[in-house]
Design a protein around this ligand. Structure first.
Ligand SMILES: Nc1ncnc2c1ncn2[C@@H]1O[C@H](COP(=O)(O)OP(=O)(O)O)[C@@H](O)[C@H]1O
Ligand SMILES: [Mg+2]
Length: 476
């Protein structure tokens, strides 16, 4: 086979680091002007030539088609100009190499359907934070399946969105020793690609959070469309995220979001006068609600949500803290309406499983939050956020979720929809909403209970009876 020598530009030091780290799933977070697009085209070209399978196919995807054309097409053409026989198709933004039949095609995630039904040996998703994630899920990922193709997600952060999700997943897998993942982050202060003078001048014309995001790869800049942005501005101004000490003189409540085979989230909080102190947060997936009714000897009885909640040092029982008027323990654990749905298999509801568990230490009486319009729940959650205080460390993951909770972006109409975007942030945010709705039933101050003959009072009592909460018989 005749050899062909092509001179490509030298890679910069950090580009070379990434080039060597290249594996099947690559998430590379880099500052602006790092040389991301250039590096990716370089990799595509080499891969296209190295591939010995029939008719290799590669895709470079930018958020918009015209963007792909603007940022990558000229560079790609420049790279291939000295490769003899290359067919350049200006209409389709693609290049074909007659040597092995390989093709590199430029695409926009705004029209990913142009790729439907094709197969791919590799795909680059450039500026992934700006891309609609549907392009990956519905088109690129399936296209990589038959040839076990690779992918590179590369870009600069844009809040804790889908790019953050995939970055965190890759970071976790890589840390766990999975060599099919490569996660790297490059900040302008570390790479030295842009001169100090250039960075200083950028800093002058940009807002601080913009600079942190674009050049220091910070994920925490405000997310457009986020529901609780204003509330969190106030929370930060007033220093309501700080180290909190658990106060055993107040009862602790919990609020749960329980999905089947999905991530579960639990907030632990203490209503204290007008403030609500969020002292802890748990999140995890594939943890069961309860141990089996009659476990096998040696079964793990601690890895389930009821055991986790019970093993915390918190006192949930109101009657142990206040002068008991009733002997019945009074705990408040808020959970979603689907607790009442029967599980396939056992035929029991999760509400029932927790309430009647044969082992007493796993019993828990949920207060079921009725299903209602999500917008109303968000309004109630905003009110709770205005008087919430969070523990800085134990609630960090939950705070991420609340900050990132946002409206879905509609690519076609270029506007935010008025329903939430379902992602990792939904679980913690849903659980928080249940806390808010649950607490809303409680008057803020015990001095002003609802008048006994009012319609609201009657409705409240009916709700308590229906949801299995004891009628209110005492006050703290
Ligand atoms: N290895 C390299 N050698 C020389 N110049 C480079 C190299 N990589 C990138 N550049 C230049 O740096 C600039 C930014 O590159 P680009 O790939 O567009 O960065 P990004 O996509 O990270 O914003 C471009 O002008 C490009 O030509
Ligand atoms: Mg680029």
């Amino acid at each position: 086979m005749p050899t062909l020598t092509v001179q490509l530009p030298d890679l910069r030091r950090d580009q070379w680091t990434l080039f060597q780290a290249f594996t099947r799933w690559n998430v590379w977070v880099c500052h602006r002007r790092f040389g991301k697009t250039m590096l990716c085209l370089y990799l595509l070209l080499l891969e296209a030539f190295r591939n010995r399978q029939a008719r290799p196919r590669y895709a470079y995807v930018a958020p918009l088609y015209r963007q792909a054309k603007a940022i990558a097409w000229d560079t790609l053409k420049y790279f291939v100009q000295y490769i003899p026989g290359t067919k350049v198709n200006e209409q389709e933004l693609r290049v074909d190499f007659p040597q092995n039949g390989a093709r590199i095609q430029l695409l926009g995630a705004d029209s990913p359907d142009t790729l439907r039904g094709l197969y791919l040996d590799g795909a680059v998703l450039d500026e992934y934070a700006q891309m609609q994630p549907r392009a990956w899920r519905e088109v690129i990922r399936p296209a990589l399946a038959d040839r076990t193709g690779w992918a590179i997600w590369i870009g600069t952060p844009n809040g804790r969105n889908h790019f953050y999700d995939v970055a965190m997943r890759a970071q976790g897998r890589q840390a766990a020793g999975d060599t099919s993942y490569s996660y790297r982050i490059f900040r302008a202060s570390e790479t030295g690609i842009l001169s100090a003078a250039e960075l200083a001048s950028a800093r002058e014309t940009m807002q601080d959070f913009e600079y942190q995001q674009e050049f220091e790869c910070s994920w925490t800049a405000p997310v457009p469309g986020s529901y609780y942005q204003e509330e969190f501005a106030a929370i930060e101004r007033q220093g309501r995220v700080r180290p909190l000490v658990y106060d055993p003189y107040y009862p602790t409540c919990t609020a749960w979001d329980l999905g089947i085979n999905d991530t579960n989230a639990i907030w632990y909080f203490q209503p204290k006068g007008n403030e609500v102190h969020f002292i802890d947060y748990d999140e995890g997936s594939s943890t069961p609600l309860a141990p089996p009714d009659y476990p096998q000897p040696g079964a793990d009885l601690d890895n389930n949500w009821l055991a986790i909640v019970r093993s915390k040092p918190y006192i949930y029982d109101y009657s142990r803290l206040a002068e008991p008027r009733s002997r019945e323990p009074y705990e408040q654990h808020f959970g979603p309406h689907d607790l009442g749905e029967r599980e396939y298999g056992s035929g029991k509801t999760r509400y029932g499983i927790a309430l009647y568990h044969p082992m007493e230490r796993y019993r828990l009486r949920f207060t079921v939050i009725p299903r209602g319009p999500i917008q109303d729940g968000i309004a109630v959650a905003r009110r709770l956020l205005s008087r919430a205080v969070f523990d800085e460390e134990r609630c960090a993951r939950g705070l991420d979720a609340l900050r990132a909770y946002r409206r879905e972006w509609n690519e076609t109409s270029q506007a935010f929809a008025d329903h939430p975007y379902h992602n990792w942030a939904s679980n913690g945010s849903d659980a928080f909403r249940y806390a808010a709705i649950g607490l809303e039933g409680e008057p803020a101050t015990p001095e002003h209970p609802l008048p006994g003959n009012s319609f609201l009072w009657a409705r409240e009592q009916a709700k308590r009876a229906r949801t299995g909460r004891p009628l209110r018989t005492f006050r703290l």
